[in-house]
Design a protein around this ligand. Structure first.
Ligand SMILES: Nc1ncnc2c1ncn2[C@@H]1O[C@H](COP(=O)(O)OP(=O)(O)OP(=O)(O)O)[C@@H](O)[C@H]1O
Ligand SMILES: [Mg+2]
Length: 274
């Protein structure tokens, strides 16, 4: 479906992604986790064909992405960046309409199926009542949902989402994850999602890719990740994995140190990366 092989991406002399490999099955949900700066967004941009890699290749449906036009890529793949930008005066509906650009052609003829996709995308993100609002008059979470809606309207078989739940309240976080789950199971959409909430990642993902300093350090199931001891090591925290439901995913219970006035967090182990 989508593969990246030995993908390396540099910003100037710095290698932000170093030999990244991923192979996604159709309909799979993959969570991309790792500390800040570990290369998750860079990997997603590479998989979306937005940056020219130093080395390696991306294929989609078995074809190399490097020879495809933007429109050909957009038919197959939809990417929601971590910090997308649009003109403030643009309305929610205008943004979501833009999501159809790969389908409507040069003359912007919206057909019935385009209108249906737009209505469905607005509806599934709870934004139909806000369709006429300018983006500048939305809350952070509402704006994030508008972008998710635009990505959905594209109706691509591969969805790359960079921290889609960051600004959302817990209710909408669960709603977005539920939507992602339904897209995968009912429409066979393949999803790669950078996400910081480890327990949400382990609940929803079929497989997890853990990154550290531009490299993949783990690729496997939640259970295998819990077994590996890598979470404590990579994020430099203390905690333990607990089983909440007998057949549910493992749950990471991070050990929060007690705040003790002048001394700060007791024996805080977490220090900034060198
Ligand atoms: N445009 C850029 N120019 C230079 N360096 C960059 C650029 N974008 C990212 N980097 C660097 O590349 C590395 C990987 O960044 P990336 O944004 O992929 O990390 P991330 O895992 O998505 O982090 P976060 O969890 O904070 O979103 C970091 O060291 C970052 O400083
Ligand atoms: Mg990022």
């Amino acid at each position: 479906m989508l593969t990246a092989t030995n993908l390396s991406i540099c910003y100037g002399p710095r290698k932000a992604l170093d030999g990244f490999n991923i192979a996604l099955a159709p309909g799979e949900i993959r969570a991309l986790i790792g500390p800040n700066g570990s290369g998750k967004s860079t990997a997603l941009q590479g998989m979306a064909g937005l940056v020219k890699p130093e080395a390696g290749a991306v294929t989609i449906d078995g074809a190399p992405m490097s020879v495809m036009t933007r429109r050909e890529i957009a038919h197959r793949l939809s990417f929601l960046p971590q910090q997308p930008t649009a003109p403030d005066e643009m309305t929610v509906e205008q943004l979501v309409r833009q999501g159809r650009f790969a389908h409507v052609g040069l003359f912007r003829r919206y057909r019935r199926e385009d209108e249906d996709a737009i209505a469905w995308a607005l509806e599934s993100t709870g934004l139909a009542p806000l369709a006429e609002r300018p983006l500048s008059a939305l809350s952070g979470g509402e704006r994030q949902r508008a972008w998710i809606s635009a990505a959905l309207a594209q109706e691509a078989k591969v969805l790359l989402l960079d921290e889609p739940t960051t600004f959302l309240d817990i209710g909408y976080q669960i709603e977005v994850l539920d939507l992602v789950h339904r897209l995968s199971r009912e429409r066979g959409v393949t999803v790669v999602m950078a996400i910081h909430d480890l327990n949400q990642a382990m609940s929803i993902a079929d497989r997890i890719t853990l990154m550290e300093k531009g490299r993949v350090v783990f690729d496997g199931t939640s259970d295998a990740l819990a077994e590996s001891g890598l979470i404590e090591q990579v994020f430099r925290v203390e905690g333990r994995f607990v089983q909440i439901a007998p057949d549910g995913p493992p749950h990471f219970d991070v050990h929060l140190k007690r705040w003790s006035g002048k001394r700060g967090f007791e024996s805080a182990k977490h220090a900034p990366a060198s």
